[in-house]
Ligand binder design. Structure first.
Ligand code: ADP
Ligand code: ZN
Length: 794
């Protein structure tokens, strides 16, 4: 009998989507456990791959390969996470390995390389050229031509190639010094060694242990080295956290007295911590104090010795937001967001893993935080599409949260002013318990008055294209009163592009069927799909004349127009261009918060979370742009966005007003956003979903097939449609195959099939079968994406 580990290796293919058996060498038996990260030899070439140990068994040894090494002192995944990966694999049609990898920080995913060594047949000259005197070199360190040369030499048998896997993990440490006072007293220093004398005096005066780097600021390395060699200074190294240095600066804040509705919510939810059965949907209007409810729930959770996760959309993860948690719970909080470097993310992860952090506040992937003993999971703005990952593995954080909550009997709270139609419907069927907050929490605040401006009334009378005279007057009124204005430009679905006025040529991406977007800051034309970019052309690429014109009403244009009509206004523009630099987002918001600007003009990113008491007017420049997108959720998204942005007005004692400019004033999403009536919107939208057989009445799966030749993509799409029809019942409804709304990107043609279904026992099997087929040799070059409950039909 031998100890055998079942390992999932780092190859995302159907053939490797199962554990492989390896023997655990004697000397590693103590350290390897379920959830350990290991390097194992794989395949004929025995190249080293990273893998995760799923299970350890006692079995007969049948000449199995040995595990090469174990990468961490403790397993990186715990039993719950292994269980989670099993469960997720049923609805996320990505391979187990990509699910496991998404659960650990990216620094814990090994990189692969090839180690080259000269063989005896390598001539001295060739050897010198490639190896330059070294005994071995890494392939990745070579220049392009050298890499090619090395491949030829390997083919000729003149060098040997070993595949190696490299752990990228690194821990940042700081060195400290301690003084051995006896040795210091005894240390004799000659009179001429002035610097040494100075250091001795310094150490006698500063006897506490300090950072070694501080000594290096004052004395040269040679001088310090002498004291170390003489055993006067003892150096120790300590791991430091790269990300959470700024907690001390945030002052403590106190719990607010809850109002009646808030108290009811907190009491009901808190009673369930540790024994929860049914998740809660907390439907609270903007400013109703949902965050304060979350803070109280977390407080109760911590008092029971348990931990909590709070998810917020990436865009709302502003310092304003995270400080509310840090100021209550201090260093028990870990923040996980995409702005952190890989090293910082790894350090936050270690802080959680080592149980130092008990509250994790983060974006989507924070749902995988290795917390134990979870008492509460909170998802704020639960309707946000960003909770669904748009690349493999395509999981929804809400589904993962449901699994984790069940595992821990933790309370799950889904909060929103505008819950997704699916979640709200679940509350109707008592799958979730509905709790409502119907009043603004600040007793002085009132819900803002919303008005609609029909853009069509102003056609031809406007001085500028983005702002009606009515809105301009209102803005001026507010500025006169020294109040602040938020203006939102809904950018979804269009962007600025260039067109030739003579021949009508639009500059498109050479790889994708989409026009290039103008970026004034970098003076380039960029493709938002494949990353292609080029300089802004001065002449039309088609006819050569210079009548090129810039089109589109991006924020830049709206900004220029505002300056033109209200030159005295102090403006802040917030969009992807102005927030690309690290910390820029925060800086702009702080400027606005300190009232050093009058108007905050931005895209969707300003719609959420912001809580500025002096904002009394919110203007939506173009409410419609998302309404006509080919997506059944376009009305829902529009309603949500308008409600969210309207919620930024009148949050304190000054009454707020909201103006919505639109070409579709009678559309129900806009009318009901004006009425700020979520419940009415929900009822209306449900009728539409029912008549069109969309969620929540039906489940959906989207399959996207891509190939560089359009005929192949079409042919394979029909083959797959037939497989779906064969494998499933005749109750399913299939849409397509049709070209995707953006039919070609990255030089690939995309076709999509949407399956709508209610109960299909065979669904998982059929989809796995299809996923496996695309890896057959005859399907080389074909790409397939299976997306359960797609959130985005573009
Ligand atoms: P939401 O998350 O629902 O939009 P917030 O939690 O941000 O609402 O609360 C809105 C404002 O009301 C904040 O300024 C908050 O400090 C304040 N607030 C919340 N609860 C109370 C309360 N019980 N009493 C007084 N003010 C409150
Ligand atoms: Zn492109």
């Amino acid at each position: 009998m031998a100890k055998i580990a079942k390992v999932i290796v780092d190859i995302p293919l159907m053939q490797t989507d199962k554990p492989f058996s390896y023997k655990i060498p004697e000397n590693l038996q103590e350290v390897i456990a379920e959830g350990s990260r290991v390097h194992v030899p794989f395949g004929k070439s025995n190249r080293l791959l990273q893998g995760f140990v799923m299970e350890i068994l006692e079995e007969k040894d049948q000449g199995l390969k040995l595990i090469k090494e174990v990468l961490d002192a403790e397993p990186v995944l715990n039993q719950e996470q292994l269980f989670l990966a099993d469960q997720m694999r049923k609805t996320v049609f990505s391979y187990k390995i990509s699910i496991l990898k998404s659960m650990v920080p990216s620094l814990l995913n090994s990189s692969y390389d090839r180690l080259l060594k000269p063989a005896p047949t390598l001539s001295q000259e060739e050897g010198e050229l490639l190896f330059a005197g070294k005994k071995k070199i890494y392939f990745s360190h070579l220049a392009k031509e050298e890499q090619l040369r090395s491949l030829h030499l390997a083919q000729a048998g003149k060098i040997t190639v070993d595949y190696v896997a490299k752990d990228r993990k690194n821990i940042k440490t700081q060195k400290y010094y301690e003084i051995n006072h006896l040795n210091l007293a005894d240390l004799e220093i000659s009179k001429r060694a002035k610097k040494r004398q100075e250091l001795k005096t310094y150490l006698l005066e500063h006897s506490q242990p300090r950072l070694l780097s501080e000594l290096y600021h004052l004395f040269s390395r040679d001088v310090v080295r002498y004291f170390i060699d003489e055993n006067v200074l003892k150096i120790t190294e300590q791991a430091v956290n790269r990300s959470s240095g700024h907690f001390e600066k945030i002052s403590q804040s106190y719990f607010l007295d809850l109002n009646e509705e808030q108290r009811t919510a907190v009491e009901r939810i808190a009673a369930d911590i540790g024994s929860a059965k049914t998740p809660y949907l907390l439907e609270g209007i903007t400013g109703s104090g949902k965050t304060e409810v979350y803070l109280h729930i977390i407080d109760r959770t911590l008092k029971m010795g348990k931990t909590a996760i709070v998810l917020v959309p990436e865009i709302s993860l502003t310092p304003q937001m995270t400080n509310r948690f840090i100021s209550r719970f201090g260093s028990q909080v870990a923040i996980m967001h995409s702005g952190l470097s890989d090293g910082e993310k790894y350090d936050e992860w270690r802080k959680i893993k080592s149980k130092q952090a008990k509250v994790v506040v983060g974006a989507r992937s924070a749902i995988f935080s290795p917390l134990e003993n979870i008492g509460a999971i909170i998802i704020d703005e639960e309707h946000e599409a960003t909770y669904k990952q748009e690349s493999n593995p395509r999981y929804h954080a809400r589904d993962v949260a449901l699994l984790r909550a069940k595992y821990h009997q933790a309370v799950l709270v889904l909060g929103s002013a505008t819950p997704s139609i699916e979640s709200r419907a679940r509350a109707d069927r008592h799958v979730y318990q509905l709790l409502r907050l119907t009043q603004r929490a600040n007793p002085l605040a009132q819900t803002p008055k919303v008005e609609i401006i029909d853009f069509r009334d102003y056609i031809g009378q406007q001085e500028v294209s983005n702002l009606t005279p009515f809105l301009i007057d209102k803005i001026k009124e507010r500025l006169a009163k020294k109040e602040q204005v938020v203006l939102m430009l809904n950018r979804r679905g269009y962007s600025s592009f260039i067109m030739c006025r003579d021949c009508g040529y639009v500059d498109n991406c050479p790889n994708c069927d989409i026009s290039l977007t103008l970026h004034m800051d970098t003076k380039t034309m960029n493709c938002h799909y494949c990353g292609f970019y080029k300089k802004i052309p001065l002449h039309c690429p088609n006819c050569g004349n210079n009548k090129i014109r810039y089109y589109g009403t991006g924020t830049q244009k709206a900004y220029d127009e505002l300056l033109q009509v209200i030159p005295e206004a102090r403006l802040i523009r917030m969009d992807v261009d102005t927030t690309r630099k690290k910390g820029a987002h925060e800086k702009l918001l702080t400027t606005f918060e300190k009232q050093e600007a009058d108007i905050l003009l931005g895209t969707q990113m300003i719609a959420k979370g912001l809580d500025f008491p002096n904002v009394t007017l919110v203007g939506v420049l173009n409410a419609d742009t998302a309404l006509n997108l080919p997506d059944f959720r376009s009305s829902e998204r529009t309603f949500q966005l308008l409600t969210q942005v309207a919620g930024r007005a009148g949050r304190a004692d000054k009454p707020g007003e909201v103006l919505i400019q639109t070409y579709n004033p009678d559309h129900y999403a806009i009318q009901l956003a004006k009425a700020q009536d979520y419940e009415a919107f929900y009822q209306y939208e449900m009728k539409i979903r029912k008549s069109l057989s969309y969620p929540p009445y039906y489940f959906t799966v989207g399959l996207t097939l891509s190939h560089k030749e359009e005929q192949v993509a079409v042919k394979k799409s029909y083959e797959i449609m037939h497989l779906l029809k064969e494998g499933l019942t005749n109750k399913i409804k299939i849409l397509g195959p049709t070209p995707k709304p953006i039919a070609r990107t990255h030089n690939l043609y995309h076709y999509q099939i949407i399956v709508k279904y209610r109960f299909e026992e065979n669904m998982e099997n059929v989809l796995n079968h299809i996923l496996g087929l695309t890896q057959d040799k005859e399907n080389k070059g074909l790409r397939l994406i299976i997306d359960c409950e797609p959130q985005n039909f573009m």
